[in-house]
Design a protein around this ligand. Structure first.
Ligand SMILES: Cc1cc2nc3c(=O)[nH]c(=O)nc-3n(C[C@H](O)[C@H](O)[C@H](O)COP(=O)(O)OP(=O)(O)OC[C@H]3O[C@@H](n4cnc5c(N)ncnc54)[C@H](O)[C@@H]3O)c2cc1C
Length: 460
């Protein structure tokens, strides 16, 4: 690709946060709509810079306190699509929601999707996101064949498994710190319908939940469990698993088979104001969890789910992040290796149950392998928990870090807002390799974020 130098677009000074609304930092924010404008922002010899997509990372990954942030949302054109191979080329500001709008009616679905569709593909590669199919299909990187990356010099490099491969593996999961992803090539997944054929399975405790994941693993490509963090003793970790596969035409009831690829838009209820912090106290969380568990049967017969309610139950409540009140919340997502998963889950769930800091939303999932050098997934079980910011929370999460670390686990950078640098270094053993690749593409650490400075990620 050839680029010409042009002047940087004007910026606005803004207070930004991630999806957790904690922390909040001020930055100069640029929103270029041409590659040449982006290049002028990248090469300007001023303060450090970080890319931002849709701002759905929970913590400080797309923040750059008192420095510059460049939003990629205007660089969002679809460039080409080959229906025979499913290969799509598009700019990095395209969102998963846009992919679904355009391609699901044609029988294609994103190969991996996180629990919200309102994320950009650039942000999704930078976090190497995982979905409900990680145990079978791995993370997004496995389905990206190449991308173009603007490095600190303003030069654009094509990165793939064959070309600039060190940079490819440092950029997937590299949290925007190697450069700005401009466009990418992705293999879309062919589907016969917009529905999933699956089951809801109730598991009475953590052992039953793990047993259900293992039992349904080979049968279902997608699986996830909602987990009740408030129950203890013999009901510790009781869960409702949701498993499924894209339905084939012959699995659909007649009325749905008439229009199998209908995307059926739904109206989104909106949370229009900040709930007072006390709305989510331990009693209300306890009641909410008890009701959800009680309303699911032991093992329901096969059910057909529409794509939206199966993949994105939270997207139907726009701005749900406001229910945690003005102080915001922290999402804590960790993973343990297979041999430590059960013991790690029991330890963390018992600690949470005793703490009475009940997590409102808690999700359990089985992972497959790891892709990028700093990618979060590793084989084992992962648990994601939401905690409203309250006094003592950060110390409490430090104690969870120690439990996860001693069992060889790690915490997800795209969710993190508070981990200590020494914990990060111990959890990510490929850091030195990643730093070597970053040093080649960005020798002066032009790409830096609040996350990278807090964790000491950038090479010295
Ligand atoms: C409700 C909800 C559910 C979620 N579920 C999951 C899940 O199931 N699995 C999962 O893995 N994640 C999940 N996430 C996290 C989310 O998928 C990631 O944080 C993703 O990175 C967000 O993409 P974004 O476009 O909003 O990026 P941002 O939040 O804006 O940025 C995230 C990172 O990407 C970098 N970045 C953004 N654009 C570019 C670019 N063009 N070039 C280089 N770097 C770039 C940023 O610098 C930053 O480090 C969830 C988030 C929410 C809010």
């Amino acid at each position: 690709m050839t680029t010409t130098t042009t002047s940087a677009p004007s910026s606005r000074h803004a207070l930004l946060s991630g999806w957790g609304r904690y922390p909040l930092f001020e930055s100069d924010v640029y929103r270029p709509d041409k590659i040449a404008e982006l290049q002028a922002v990248v090469t300007a010899n001023t303060s450090s810079l970080i890319a931002r997509g849709a701002g759905r990372a929970y913590g400080d990954a797309a923040l750059n306190d008192q420095n510059r942030v460049v939003e990629l949302t205007r660089l969002n054109r679809m460039l080409s699509f080959d229906a025979a191979t499913g290969l799509l080329r598009c700019e990095a500001g395209v969102t998963i929601a846009e992919l679904i709008d355009v391609f699901l009616p044609r029988g294609f679905f994103p190969p991996v999707t996180p629990g919200t569709r309102f994320v950009t593909l650039g942000g999704s590669i930078a976090a190497d996101v995982h979905g409900k199919n990680h145990h079978r299909d791995s993370s997004l990187a496995s389905h990206v064949t190449s991308f173009e990356l603007m490095i600190a010099s303003g030069e654009v490099l094509r990165c793939s498994r064959e070309e600039n491969s060190e940079l490819f593996w440092a950029t997937v999961g590299g949290m925007g710190l190697t450069g700005v992803i401009l466009e990418l090539e992705l293999r879309m997944r062919r589907v016969e319908s917009a529905y999933l054929d699956g089951e809801l399975i109730r598991a009475g405790n953590i052992d039953a939940a793990i047993e259900a994941f293992e039992r349904t693993d080979a049968q279902y490509g997608y699986s996830v469990a909602w987990i009740d963090c408030n129950s203890g003793k013999s009901a510790l970790g009781r869960s409702v698993l949701n498993v499924g596969n894209f339905a084939t035409l012959d699995q659909l009831p007649h009325n749905l088979a008439q229009d199998p690829l209908s995307t059926m838009p739904k109206l989104s209820p909106i949370v229009p104001f900040d709930f007072p912090g006390f709305a989510l106290n331990s009693l209300s969380v306890r009641m909410f969890n008890a009701v959800i568990y009680a309303t699911h049967r032991e093992r329901a017969a096969h059910t057909v789910f529409d794509w939206e309610s199966f993949f994105y139950p939270l997207d139907s409540i726009r701005n749900w992040n406001r229910i945690y009140g003005k102080r915001g919340f922290v999402q804590y997502q960790c993973v343990w290796p297979p041999a430590e998963s059960r013991a790690g889950l029991v330890e963390v769930l018992e600690t949470i149950a005793h703490s009475r800091r009940g997590s409102f939303l808690a999700v359990l999932k089985k992972f497959g392998g790891q892709d990028g050098l700093l990618s979060f997934p590793m084989p084992g079980y992962t648990l994601a928990l939401d905690f409203p910011v309250t006094d003592g929370l950060l110390e409490f999460l430090d104690s969870l870090d120690a439990m996860v670390l001693k069992r060889g686990g790690r915490v997800y950078l795209a969710k993190d807002a508070r981990m200590a640098p020494e914990t990060f270094r111990a959890m990510y053993p490929n850091l030195a390799k990643w730093q070597a690749a970053k040093a080649v593409a960005d020798p002066n650490n032009r790409f830096s974020s609040s996350l990278s400075r807090r964790l000491g990620m950038n090479p010295a």
